[in-house]
Design a protein around this ligand. Sequence first.
Ligand code: ZN
Ligand code: FE
Length: 257
Amino acid sequence: MSSHKIVPIPAFTDNYIWAIIQNNCCAVVDPGEAEPVLAFCRSNNLELTHILITHHHWDHTNGIKELLDTYPGIPVYGPDYGNIAHLTIRLREDDEVVIPELGLNLKVLEVPGHTLDHIAYVGDSGVFCGDTLFSGGCGRLFEGTPVQMNKSLGKLMQLPADLSVYCTHEYTLANLAFAKAVEPANQELAVYQQWAIEQRENGNPTLPTTIGKEKAINPFLRTNEYSVKTNMEQRLGRQLSSSDEIFAVIRGWKDNF
Ligand code: ZN
Ligand code: FE
């Protein structure tokens, strides 16, 4: 069993740069800016040893260069597809990232939808899913299609229910307000929303979440639920026949919510 800790480093207004720490070594996932990471390493006496990237967006990659200025030559993992600057190791579906000094053994899943290059890193202690899955929501479809994104989320749903999910944005409250519009009668959603509101009032993150929790409350993972299907059909005034179709309708509604 690994003994690393995983902690969020807040960045910008609502990003989390996840730090994976063991002994005095530290890896970060999606450093959109360098300064919070450098300050975190300084104040905790850590040495940055690895950088992991999920997709090309600037709020996940802009800090890479400055981190390399301070820690020259450390490996930078990221998607093979696409063209992210400063990557040293390019990853595809089923590739493994093994980092003994951090007790990390991660498997790569390709999860296109938010962007076409998007990957997720899956290990025993959790999945780093970038902007693919959020608590109560999912990433906007900037590059991929609803069918691609629904399939990518389906891959994440295959993971163990108790697996922690490390998303890159604190979007939970806004997502849950929308989720309630999709599923007003979901009791677990109502209880979770209350918990999330309290977390934020106390200045705490709502993340990580878990795969099981998201399956119970996240409308984008619940397109096969009878209640979701019928609620969306009523809203549209027509029948919806497939999970992909229902997903597309929910995603379109959320874009304008
Ligand atoms: Zn993004
Ligand atoms: Fe982002």
